[in-house]
Design a protein around this ligand. Structure first.
Ligand SMILES: [Zn+2]
Ligand SMILES: [Zn+2]
Length: 254
């Protein structure tokens, strides 16, 4: 007859605990969590672990918009603004496209930058006679260790085979960053907010930025490039933000 002694009890419970915990340890949830610890990045589209975004998933958010006017944001090509320049955005600033940009810009997922830039480069044909890609610079007050627009430009450069210059265009004054500013405050950005070091005489420039909001940053960049003798032939963005009262509320922070 089997008698359960304290020793047996201990043995039983410990072996059943180890069997039980072993199977628990092997369940998908644990493996998923462990993998997540080892590779904290997760594709925001399909949830795959270990990647900031799968290539195919990133492609699925591309929704190229019709070219628009850098000055008024209206359709490019209509009689709207004199000396206008065409802007191209690879997606709407919404859903996964917006999430990818937030991860790149605010969550330190810099590995997204070049693939996102490459997608912009394959989405839009190379602007003929482009000499250089110039990213909009990081504001002096920014604590970010990298410029997301430079990474996007480097991605475009790999497709277009056009060099990137991220040293020439700079902010002139220590202006407040755009994030969190109201639309009217953004409109107050002076047109001479940026400057170019050196000359861009006869140079055809494509400016690269992450998201088109009010266009004020772009106008300041264009003024600086043109004052240095350069010609802005086009502007490329990852996305375009379409302001509306609902979007403004949902997008507080970017
Ligand atoms: Zn994915
Ligand atoms: Zn216009």
């Amino acid at each position: 007859m089997y008698t359960r002694t304290p020793q047996n009890y201990l043995k039983e419970t410990s072996s059943s605990f180890s069997r039980c915990s072993f199977s628990k340890f092997l369940n998908d949830r644990f493996i998923h969590s462990l993998s997540h610890l080892l590779w904290p990045e997760t594709c925001p589209v399909c949830g795959r672990i270990g990647l900031s975004c799968c290539e195919s998933c990133m492609k699925s958010v591309i929704f190229p918009l019709a070219p628009f006017c850098v000055k008024c944001g209206g359709p490019f090509g209509l009689q709207c603004c004199s000396d206008s320049v065409s802007c191209y955005a690879a997606s709407l600033h919404d859903g996964i496209s917006r999430e990818l940009l937030i991860n790149l810009k605010y969550k330190n997922v810099r590995s997204l930058g070049i693939p996102m830039g490459k997608l912009i480069g394959v989405t839009f044909n190379k602007v003929p006679d482009t000499d250089v890609l110039i990213p909009v610079p990081l504001h002096k007050s920014s604590k970010r260790e990298y410029n997301q627009s430079t990474l996007l430009a480097e991605g475009i450069s790999l497709v277009w085979k056009t060099p990137v210059d991220d040293k020439t265009l700079k902010w002139r004054k220590d202006l407040l960053p755009q994030v969190g500013r109201t639309s009217s405050a953004r409109h107050m950005m002076p047109l001479d907010a940026m400057e170019v070091s050196g000359s861009l005489e006869g140079v055809s420039v494509v400016i690269v930025d992450d998201v088109y909001t009010t266009g004020n940053t772009l106008r300041a960049a264009m003024v600086a490039v043109e004052a240095a003798g350069g010609k802005v032939s086009s502007v490329l963005f990852w996305s375009r933000r379409i302001p509306s009262p609902e979007n403004e509320a949902a997008w507080a922070g970017i």
